[in-house]
Design a protein around this ligand. Structure first.
Ligand SMILES: CCC/C=C/C(=O)SCCNC(=O)CCNC(=O)[C@H](O)C(C)(C)COP(=O)([O-])OP(=O)([O-])OC[C@H]1O[C@@H](n2cnc3c(N)ncnc32)[C@H](O)[C@@H]1OP(=O)([O-])[O-]
Ligand SMILES: NC(=O)C1=CN([C@@H]2O[C@H](COP(=O)(O)OP(=O)(O)OC[C@H]3O[C@@H](n4cnc5c(N)ncnc54)[C@H](OP(=O)(O)O)[C@@H]3O)[C@@H](O)[C@H]2O)C=CC1
Length: 276
């Protein structure tokens, strides 16, 4: 359990906060007293999520329609938000991704992912960072990566490249901006079911594989588990953590490196035969 007022007084901007994991993280922040700004491209999605979170938690939730692929639009959004009150915490969560064979990707397909994940994250981070530094204020940036940022991923190569770039940004700015009291942290989730991710990445053909073969804990992540990790990392309780990415994946990352995972499927009979 967190202190009920852990995030009271914090103004938090969540990109992609209208759906999926961004929505779950935002909801947890609001429960702990934060005031929120949810950003995305679809106003009606943002409004509906904002109304639901505000109704359930009683905290104010603003919305900001913005395509993070445009540096000008991001700067205008952040300038407008700052005119009311500074943002304390930025969550870089907006992303686009799809399954495709890389040698068949068009330039525009590569750009569709890189512009959102790599450029959009850089624009949002710099827009907040320059205002924190100019205003002499501390700040925190949490970026949502994927496991592929650490170990690559075939068939989602632009996303893996972009998220790896965001990890490099996290480590680099932790050093460059540390003396200004700005922390940069990241989370690298394994699979957490959301309509967005499942539509893009989990066609029915992929959903029949036994989970135990791909995830040691044998289940997908729960949104609350990711939201709780993000809550700790952005809170003042984690004030000495910067430049780090925390993996939350049920052990998935270690399957390949930890030895032959096909042995997980072996029966007692097979083990007995080997022993004899
Ligand atoms: C384990 C889970 C890990 C989860 C990680 C996540 O990130 S989950 C997060 C999951 N959530 C989301 O992803 C939600 C947000 N997603 C989105 O906004 C879109 O899915 C987007 C990323 C395609 C960007 O859309 P947009 O409107 O900017 O793009 P557009 O429609 O204008 O097309 C631009 C170019 O891309 C091409 N192209 C498109 N699809 C495919 C494909 N499947 N194949 C090949 N190519 C494809 C298209 O043909 C065109 O190229 P062309 O023909 O002109 O040379
Ligand atoms: N679900 C999973 O298993 C995993 C997810 N992740 C990461 O978690 C994050 C959330 O993913 P998830 O919730 O599953 O998927 P969603 O599709 O629900 O989330 C993507 C969000 O980003 C917003 N978005 C997309 N493009 C833009 C843009 N150009 N400008 C502003 N907002 C944009 C979308 O809103 P709109 O379309 O209205 O703009 C949407 O709210 C992503 O960073 C993803 O890479 C990482 C590992 C695993």
């Amino acid at each position: 359990m967190f202190q009920p007022d852990l995030l009271r007084g914090k103004r938090i901007l969540v990109t992609g906060g209208g759906t999926g994991l961004g929505r779950a993280i935002s909801h947890r922040f609001a429960e702990l007293g934060a005031s929120l700004v949810l950003c995305g491209r679809r106003g009606e999605v943002l409004e509906s999520t904002a109304a639901a979170i505000a109704g359930e938690t009683g905290v104010p939730v603003e919305t900001a329609v913005c395509d993070v692929r445009s540096g000008e639009a991001v700067d205008a959004m952040v300038e407008r938000l700052w005119a009311t009150a500074p943002i304390d915490i930025l969550i870089n969560n907006a992303a686009g991704n799809f399954l495709a064979r890389t040698h068949l990707l068009s330039h525009r397909a590569v750009d569709a992912v890189l512009n959102t994940v790599l450029h959009g994250t850089a624009y949002c981070t710099i827009a907040c960072g320059k205002r924190w530094i100019e205003g002499g204020r501390p700040g925190t940036v949490l970026s949502v990566l994927t496991l592929s940022a650490l170990q690559g991923a075939p068939f989602t190569v632009p996303s893996a490249m972009a998220k790896a770039g965001v990890l490099a940004m996290t480590k680099s700015l932790a050093v460059e901006w540390g003396r200004h009291g700005i922390r940069l942290v990241a989370v690298a989730p394994g699979p957490f079911p959301t309509p967005g991710a499942w539509q893009q990445l989990m066609p029915e053909d992929r959903q029949t594989a036994p989970l135990a073969r791909s995830i040691p804990l044998g289940r997908y992540g729960e949104h609350a588990e990711l939201a709780n990790l993000c809550t700790f990392l952005v809170s003042d309780q984690a004030g000495y953590i910067t430049g780090e990415a925390v993996v939350i994946d049920g052990g998935k990352r270690h399957l390949g490196g930890a030895g032959p995972s096909d042995l997980l499927e072996w029966t007692d009979e097979q083990w007995g035969k080997l022993r004899s």
